[in-house]
Design a protein around this ligand. Sequence first.
Ligand SMILES: *[C@@H]1O[C@H](CO)[C@@H](O)[C@H](O)[C@H]1NC(C)=O
Ligand SMILES: *[C@@H]1O[C@H](CO)[C@@H](O)[C@H](O)[C@H]1NC(C)=O
Ligand SMILES: *[C@@H]1O[C@H](CO)[C@@H](O)[C@H](O)[C@H]1NC(C)=O
Ligand SMILES: *[C@@H]1O[C@H](CO)[C@@H](O)[C@H](O)[C@H]1NC(C)=O
Ligand SMILES: *[C@@H]1O[C@H](CO)[C@@H](O)[C@H](O)[C@H]1NC(C)=O
Ligand SMILES: *[C@@H]1O[C@H](CO)[C@@H](O)[C@H](O)[C@H]1NC(C)=O
Ligand SMILES: *[C@@H]1O[C@H](CO)[C@@H](O)[C@H](O)[C@H]1NC(C)=O
Ligand SMILES: *[C@@H]1O[C@H](CO)[C@@H](O)[C@H](O)[C@H]1NC(C)=O
Ligand SMILES: *[C@@H]1O[C@H](CO)[C@@H](O)[C@H](O)[C@H]1NC(C)=O
Ligand SMILES: *[C@@H]1O[C@H](CO)[C@@H](O)[C@H](O)[C@H]1NC(C)=O
Ligand SMILES: *[C@@H]1O[C@H](CO)[C@@H](O)[C@H](O)[C@H]1NC(C)=O
Ligand SMILES: *[C@@H]1O[C@H](CO)[C@@H](O)[C@H](O)[C@H]1NC(C)=O
Length: 664
Amino acid sequence: MEKNMSLHLVFALGCLINQILLCMSCIQDERIALLKFKARLEDPHHLMSSWTGEDCCKWRGIKCNNQSWHVTTMDLRHEHLYGSVSNDRRLSGEINPSLLDLRHLNHLDLSSNNFEGIRIPNFFGSFTELSYLNLSNAGFAGRIPTQLGNLTRLRYLDLNSLSDTLDHLFVDRLQWISHLSSLKYLDMSGLNLGDASDWSHAVSTLPVLSVLLLSSCQLQWLPSSPPSINVTSSLTTVDLSNNQINSTFPLWLTNSSSLVSLDLWFNHFRGPIPEAIGNMTSLEVLQLGANDFVGPLPRNIGNLCNLRNLDLSYNNINQDTIIFSYIFSLCIGDTIEILNLRSNILSGELKDWLVMLKRITVLDLSKNSLGGPIPTSIGNLSSLRGLYLSNNRLNGTLPVSIGQLSELNDLDISYNSLGGVVTEAHFANLSKLEDLGMRLNSVVFKVSTDWNPPFQLQLISLQNCHLGQKFPSWLRTQRYFVALNIANTGIADTLPDWFWELSPVISVLDLSRNQITGIIPPILKFYSILTINLSSNRFHGPLPSLPSDVEYADLSNNSFSGELHSVVGEPLYNLAQILLSDNLINGTIPPSICKLQVLQVIDLSNNFLSGELPTCWAELRNLFAINLANNSLSGVIPSNVGSPCLIQVLHLGTTISLEKSLPL
Ligand SMILES: *[C@@H]1O[C@H](CO)[C@@H](O)[C@H](O)[C@H]1NC(C)=O
Ligand SMILES: *[C@@H]1O[C@H](CO)[C@@H](O)[C@H](O)[C@H]1NC(C)=O
Ligand SMILES: *[C@@H]1O[C@H](CO)[C@@H](O)[C@H](O)[C@H]1NC(C)=O
Ligand SMILES: *[C@@H]1O[C@H](CO)[C@@H](O)[C@H](O)[C@H]1NC(C)=O
Ligand SMILES: *[C@@H]1O[C@H](CO)[C@@H](O)[C@H](O)[C@H]1NC(C)=O
Ligand SMILES: *[C@@H]1O[C@H](CO)[C@@H](O)[C@H](O)[C@H]1NC(C)=O
Ligand SMILES: *[C@@H]1O[C@H](CO)[C@@H](O)[C@H](O)[C@H]1NC(C)=O
Ligand SMILES: *[C@@H]1O[C@H](CO)[C@@H](O)[C@H](O)[C@H]1NC(C)=O
Ligand SMILES: *[C@@H]1O[C@H](CO)[C@@H](O)[C@H](O)[C@H]1NC(C)=O
Ligand SMILES: *[C@@H]1O[C@H](CO)[C@@H](O)[C@H](O)[C@H]1NC(C)=O
Ligand SMILES: *[C@@H]1O[C@H](CO)[C@@H](O)[C@H](O)[C@H]1NC(C)=O
Ligand SMILES: *[C@@H]1O[C@H](CO)[C@@H](O)[C@H](O)[C@H]1NC(C)=O
């Protein structure tokens, strides 16, 4: 009896499970629609291989409603299908109208694919349930169909085409947008809206629009009065960067108390920044760089108590920084993390206001007219990661307190009038320092020969600092630098052998204008080097052969001897300039010189070269400056060398002639 009961129970349960399984598979018509859609796609890498079997709700990128089992989501975003980004794994092909059978589609994402050249189908306007449509960077071309205006439930519309290589998607009128009354998020960045003069009217009728991204749209104007109350009270993010808007700061925007992020970077905004900007109290990011703003920083900007990132770089902000002591004493001083005022007309000194920037992580004041010393209080800015003060008139000595900035990654104080002594203490806690720019200051380095700095630098730029006569031994601890410039630093020493073993990734090396002696190894181990400048030193021995990628090589004014073929014997397809003047090079000019196909400048003057010139000069199509003076060469340079109109400098020895005169 009991056994029977449990059998019944098992049977009943089995039925139930069976039934659930039956219902829990996708709807036949929709499955067929998806298969037809798939059939017209090109998917050579089988990203959609899971699209087989009965239950289309389990296919990759497909989601169904868990009660009606209608397909609600189709997400074929490249990254979601492939897992990462790969340019040759993108879907392409056609969009089959069979998709229309997915009447309950709510979320459609075809972004980052390669539907190159095909139009956005008009029938996308029939997905009446759609709330999310992402066609960004998917390669679509042609006019955006106005039918999209039928998608009244749409909340997210992303048509960003900034990374599409062919920008063939366009709109001439945007009136249809105004029907999208649920739209919260609109991204049309990269589309040419230059002809859509109604854009601001259309956009301003969207009652709940929160995010508006129209970067790089060739926009030329902005309405000077508020488009509507609704839009100024709902917007949180506005990006109009990289357009051609020629306007004063739109005052109505200051009424927008909900705005969190405003990006007007790289337009033609002009005139002063209004004091009313202090009313935009929700602002966290204010990006006004690369415009033509003039006048002072408004005092009220100090009232933006949420502002974290302020960029006013590349404008004409003309002000004595004395006012900063007031502005940063307001609440902005407690919140600001990134302050970029690079390339303006700021004067005055870095003073007590600096230490008011309690959370500052990136401070860029380079390319201004700031004078006076760097204050000791800089050591209190303990979150500082980037400090850029180059191209000012700062004087005095570098405070030791800078060595406390343990988060500091980039330090650039180049092109100032700083003096005094720099010691190990100045770097005591700079274990995260990667970029050190101090060039064009008169700073004297006093560090011990066994100094083991706490950092591993990538960029080392110390030109014109005084490093002492000994070759700086601390450089031996630096194994990954990409650029090293220690030109004119007073070194009068032999280049140590370990130097050439240091950094496998170096691309720029400048040791010029020192008194460094030694022999260069015949093959340089700096395989990725692009620029090498050893000029005006006391190197001797044979010329090294240059690494194959090198673009600029200046070995002039040394005592290199031997013949030329070692340096230009190998194919150097990128070599644009080679300067070997004032050495002891002898022998002839080998014909292999004509294999330097991108060569623009060659200076072999003041050497002991002899013999006939090679006859192949005509192969050097890009050449525009030759200097062969003060050798014992003879021969003829044909008039068709290089691009004739480019020949600017031409110094030939007395025994060398030209076939006919060049248009100099
Ligand atoms: C069904 O979906 C709704 C909303 O998508 C969710 O809240 C609910 O938890 C789901 N139910 C089941 C059983 O998964
Ligand atoms: C659309 O997809 C891209 C990636 O292809 C993504 O970066 C973007 O955030 C998406 N847009 C929205 C509104 O989710
Ligand atoms: C969709 O939009 C087009 C053009 O904007 C219009 O002609 C058509 O009637 C609309 N269809 C529906 C169902 O609203
Ligand atoms: C503002 O939005 C409301 C609905 O949120 C709407 O009733 C009103 O007409 C809109 N006003 C304007 C000027 O668009
Ligand atoms: C911007 O407009 C003003 C006034 O119309 C004009 O003087 C100025 O040249 C324009 N600037 C640019 C960059 O087009
Ligand atoms: C700000 O909005 C008020 C009404 O809310 C309006 O009277 C005023 O003119 C607006 N200010 C600007 C600069 O648009
Ligand atoms: C800014 O807000 C203040 C009140 O906080 C108000 O008096 C002033 O008119 C506003 N300025 C503008 C230009 O709207
Ligand atoms: C340093 O700069 C300040 C401000 O520009 C100037 O007054 C002072 O004379 C300068 N000091 C020196 C030694 O050049
Ligand atoms: C900087 O910090 C030190 C403690 O580390 C403190 O004594 C000094 O007052 C601070 N300076 C300023 C200007 O806040
Ligand atoms: C370096 O930092 C450590 C902790 O981060 C601290 O204890 C030490 O005093 C600092 N040294 C200097 C010279 O600032
Ligand atoms: C090499 O350095 C010298 C002196 O510093 C400079 O004049 C020259 O322009 C540099 N050459 C190249 C190719 O950068
Ligand atoms: C070049 O000079 C070296 C000595 O520096 C000499 O041995 C060699 O023979 C010379 N070569 C020619 C071709 O004059």
